[in-house]
Design a protein around this ligand. Structure first.
Ligand code: M6R
Length: 616
């Protein structure tokens, strides 16, 4: 979380403030509670920062008109200190010569701050970040160069950081450092160097990029980069690469249609993205399958929607003949599995590949237990891919809306493909069945397309559901993952309190809340759980619940006992039913979007959230 963008250039006509502001806007998905810019301007630091979103802060060109030759900007997702002006980045030292932006958390900042206060430093914010400029100030006062001062400073800091440091008296370069928080460098050789938390910040400006690794510090000069290892003190050879993707995703236009929000544009991309996912070469899955089948213990870990995709995936892999897989939230992983069993495999699922909790789980499993890591990641080149033995890239492409939707759909599809490939390689299902499942999975692309063509009922139900403050989502089996995803989406983009339970569990407590008019949404495909779901619906109805059900097109029983239904056009055979979780979940993602819109909210940037959660 938090977006960082810095520029140093020899380009004579460059309006640095404006270019940094534009880059920060491309990173706003990482945090958007406050923003700031600091530029070196003829031996002084020019600092501008405020709470709020960049477009509002810059309404009269406040950021764009910042005077200066080079510098850095930051868009914040608050961790330490409220999202108010004095906690916004950049932060400065006592001499006001050094400015710094930071993404991550310095875990020992309280001790460091205490020491700095005792030595007379004045702090102006509640952030952990502010220890950086004061420590650097001290090392510089002792005669260290800016680069060496940054190296000595980061050695003192425990935790995660991506930092960019500028100094008013060092106009020829700036310094960046990284540990566990992403930092990428863009370069136009001989002219300009950029640094950012993510590639889109500089993608319209250059496609040549370098990824900084953990425990590395870099000196950035215009069009020139030098990288050093913090602990070894040695210089590393740089290896730039060409970024292959484009910024098309940054438009709200799809196939000539202009959408009002990224979320609905990206929901319209789902049919195509599923199609691309099912078309990946089967052999790309072989190493993954081998790893799963040859390990003694298989864990799957992720956060949020990716965790729900993992739950669905684990269900499919086991059903198609794979081993039992233990699903663990990544934030719980190190506590629940302190000792990693021998010959373990961890499947980590992540859209961003930057989620700090997922990375922590994977590093723990790898470093403490020598586990093999197989990741399903959407962002090519992200940190998680660097900690993995095998990577399967999902085909969702850049997802800009903060809430996951197409990423979830492609993750579930990818995991289902792995299950089917295991069935094929290890002969756990007859070839005819594998073929039938694969065809049905491919057909989910067309089902999601049909759902998009018939959104009338979803919009109608969205109007009814806007009036509620509390909603239950109930389901059984694999559909429980769809219910969890639907409930999370509604919390995130519509600010409605939702709870999702395995339907059988509802009578063990949650049913106490049911009274006349309480809304309950059931996910009820015609699978082996169907008759039990009918029973759960009756239990809710007889206590006054208003029942909304997501059912198959030809459903009769659940429909007859529900107040409202959303119909999913699936074929009437077991293969179609057992691969239909994505269309069921997709209809709930769409429902959440329309509820958000009806409530007049911003579905793309919900309050308090960020797209990449890079803090633990
Ligand atoms: O980038 P990741 O897939 O690792 O992110 C995991 C969660 O932070 C993410 O799914 C989050 O829950 C979304 N806001 C869900 O819409």
């Amino acid at each position: 979380m938090c977006g960082i963008f810095g520029i140093i250039s020899t380009k004579p006509d460059l309006v640095v403030g404006r270019q940094i502001r534009e880059g920060l806007e491309r990173l706003e998905y990482r945090g958007y509670d406050s923003a700031g810019i600091a530029l070196v301007n003829n031996g002084k630091i020019e600092l501008r920062k405020k709470s709020g979103r960049i477009a509002v802060i810059n309404k009269h060109g406040w950021f764009d008109s910042t005077p200066g030759q080079f510098g850095v900007g930051h868009t914040r997702w608050a961790t330490h200190g409220k999202p108010i002006q004095f906690n916004a980045h950049p932060h400065m030292d006592c001499t006001e010569k050094i400015a710094i932006v930071h993404n991550g958390i310095v875990e020992n900042y309280q001790d460091l701050k205490k020491e700095l206060l005792l030595r007379g430093h004045k702090f102006k914010s509640d952030t952990d970040t502010e220890i950086f400029p004061h420590l650097i100030e001290e090392f510089i006062a002792k005669g260290f160069s800016l680069k060496d001062a940054v190296i000595e400073t980061v050695k003192k800091c425990h935790g995660a950081y991506g930092v960019v440091v500028i100094h008013a008296d060092t106009p020829e370069y700036m310094v960046v450092a990284r540990k566990e928080s992403p930092l990428v460098i863009g370069i136009i050789p001989g002219e300009t160097t950029y640094c950012a938390s993510d590639i889109p910040a500089f993608l319209p400006l250059t496609r040549e990029a370098i990824i900084l690794d953990d425990d590395e510090v870099a000196i950035l000069k215009p069009g020139e980069v030098e990288i050093f290892r913090v602990y070894e003190g040695t210089q590393k050879e740089i290896s730039p690469f060409e970024v292959s993707y484009t910024m098309d995703a940054a438009q709200k236009t799809l196939d000539g249609v202009q959408f009002p929000w990224y979320m609905i544009k990206e929901l319209h991309e789902v049919p195509q993205k599923i199609k691309e996912q099912v078309q990946i070469p089967q052999t790309d899955l072989d190493e993954f399958c081998k790893g799963i089948m040859e390990s003694d213990h298989v864990f799957i870990t992720a956060a949020g929607s990716s965790y729900y995709a993992a739950l669905a995936g684990k269900f499919q892999i086991t059903k198609f003949g794979g081993p039992y897989i233990e699903a663990i939230l990544c934030s719980e992983f190190i506590d629940l599995v302190p000792n990693i069993p021998k010959n373990s495999l961890i499947i980590a699922v992540s859209q961003s590949g930057e989620t700090a909790d997922t990375i922590e789980a994977v590093r723990h499993a790898r470093d403490k237990g020598d586990a093999k890591i197989c990741s399903i990641v959407n962002q090519i080149g992200s940190s998680l891919t660097r900690y993995s033995d095998q990577v399967l890239v999902t085909t969702a492409g850049p997802e800009i809306a903060v809430a996951s939707q197409k990423a979830f759909c492609t993750q579930v599809t990818a995991l289902t493909l792995i299950g089917l490939r295991i069935a094929e390689l290890y002969h756990t299902l007859p070839p005819m069945e594998i073929k039938a499942y694969r065809e049905s999975l491919a057909n989910t692309s067309s089902i999601t397309k049909q759902i998009l063509l018939k959104q009338g009922i979803i919009k109608e139900l969205a109007s009814k559901l806007t009036e509620y403050n509390n909603i239950y989502f109930l389901a059984r089996g694999i559909s429980y993952a769809a219910a969890l995803e639907g409930a999370l989406k509604l919390k995130e983009v519509a600010y409605i309190h939702t709870e999702s339970y395995a339907a059988g569990e509802s009578k063990h407590g949650p049913i106490a809340l049911i009274e006349e008019g309480f809304p309950v949404i059931f996910v009820a495909p015609p699978d082996q759980t169907y008759s039990r779901i009918v029973g759960n619906i009756m239990e809710m109805k007889s206590r006054g619940a208003i029942v909304y059900s997501v059912v198959s097109d030809e459903d009769e029983n659940v429909t007859s006992i529900s107040d409202y239904v959303i119909r999913i056009p699936i074929r009437k055979n077991k293969y179609a039913v057992e691969t239909s979780i994505v269309p069921f979940a997709f209809s709930l993602q769409l429902l959440a979007y329309y509820i958000s819109i009806k409530k007049g909210l911003d579905p793309d940037k919900p309050r308090n959230l960020a797209k990449s959660v890079t803090v633990k």
